[in-house]
Design a protein around this ligand. Structure first.
Ligand SMILES: [Zn+2]
Length: 147
């Protein structure tokens, strides 16, 4: 478990009940880096995230609430500077149209805690053709042997 999750009473990898917590409360629980991305839709700088160049086998969970988001076999090596996946756990994420910064994008959010994770683009590899461009700080990786 990341340090992050230790002081977070809402974190659970098994409880799928929706978490409805105010940003005021999240601010007390999350690190400033995670809060900025998850609750204010900030984007971490390209090529700085811990999972950008990372290819171990395991599962990726939401760093805010522990919801399952991705499997390592859905991750692919992309040159964009952020960890990229071609498929997401359908129970893990939902989508919102994002028209900020003069762009027309699709925002990816955690279904359980409503936190911002990143965006999805249609220039990914087969079989889906999708590229889930995620912030490392929003993800918590757990290797297979610890699942
Ligand atoms: Zn979450």
């Amino acid at each position: 478990m990341q340090n992050e999750a230790k002081n977070n009473p809402y974190y659970s990898r098994t409880d799928r009940t929706t978490v409805n917590i105010s940003n005021e409360e999240w601010k007390k629980i999350l690190s400033p880096e995670l809060y900025a991305v998850a609750r204010e839709a900030a984007t971490e700088r390209a090529f700085t995230g811990k999972y950008n160049e990372f290819d171990e086998l395991g599962e990726y969970f939401c760093a805010v609430c522990g919801n399952h988001l991705f499997r390592s076999t859905e991750k692919f090596s992309s040159s964009c500077g952020w960890p990229s996946f071609f498929e997401a756990d359908k129970e893990g994420v939902y989508y919102k149209r994002d028209l900020t910064y003069g762009m027309d994008r699709v925002e990816v959010l955690c279904k359980r805690c409503d936190s911002h994770l990143g965006h999805v683009f249609d220039d990914g590899p087969k079989p889906t053709g999708l590229r889930y461009c995620m912030n490392s700080v929003s993800l918590e990786f757990v290797p297979d042997e610890q699942i």
